[in-house]
Design a protein around this ligand. Sequence first.
Ligand SMILES: [Zn+2]
Length: 255
Amino acid sequence: MLCRSRPRTTAPAALLVALSLASGSSPAGAAGAPPVPILAYHHIGSAPAGASNPSLWVRRARFERQLRALDRAGYEAVTLASVWRAWHGGGTLPQHPVVISFDDGYSSQAAIAPVLRAHGWPGVLNLEVARLGVRGGLTRAQVRSLLRDGWELDAHSVTHPDLRTVPAQRLRTEVAGSRQALQQAFGAPVDFFAYPYGRQNARVRAAVRRAGYLAATTTERKFASASADPFALGRVLVGADDSPSSVLRMLRTGG
Ligand SMILES: [Zn+2]
């Protein structure tokens, strides 16, 4: 499922120009911008015995080595907001940008904040509202600390359901409700959404758009591209078995 590919569509150049002019950005700034890799992490640390999905645990020492390898290779971490601004004529990106995102909101993600800080890099936290303050989850104080470090706070629903399967009212609560709850709790913009399990369809994407998000990320293994549907941006999942060199390889080869 993670590797499912989507058919590529092409549009005549004149149409692309018209679309980009309509959105207020230049063709070079949006459709012509190079794709940006978004890495997706979950737990950082050693998987405890009986962990339900040990492949989602990346040991801390390995994570530190991955970041050093990225840094040495010239990558610089940025937020999705920075990518969005650059795509729409409002800023520039480093030569080799990468977004480092963390899903769900585990306490181990606060524990590795100093690792990113040492590189001068922000993380992107995709926070599930119901995980806030529960055992194993981030506390409000930890989230505030991450925000002070320059992290971006994005929504990852309230209770992490497969959004394709929930009725209309619940879909609104999960999508618009999580944005509202996080905005109220932390005073952050919360302009981006990460689909639980990466699962989405046209109805779910429409709900995310209606809730006012600018874009949303899946777990489809591809780079985020300005010319693709902003509500189906791909990400590169990093798992327990990925060495620093395999992460670099994924970034060089487009996922
Ligand atoms: Zn998740």
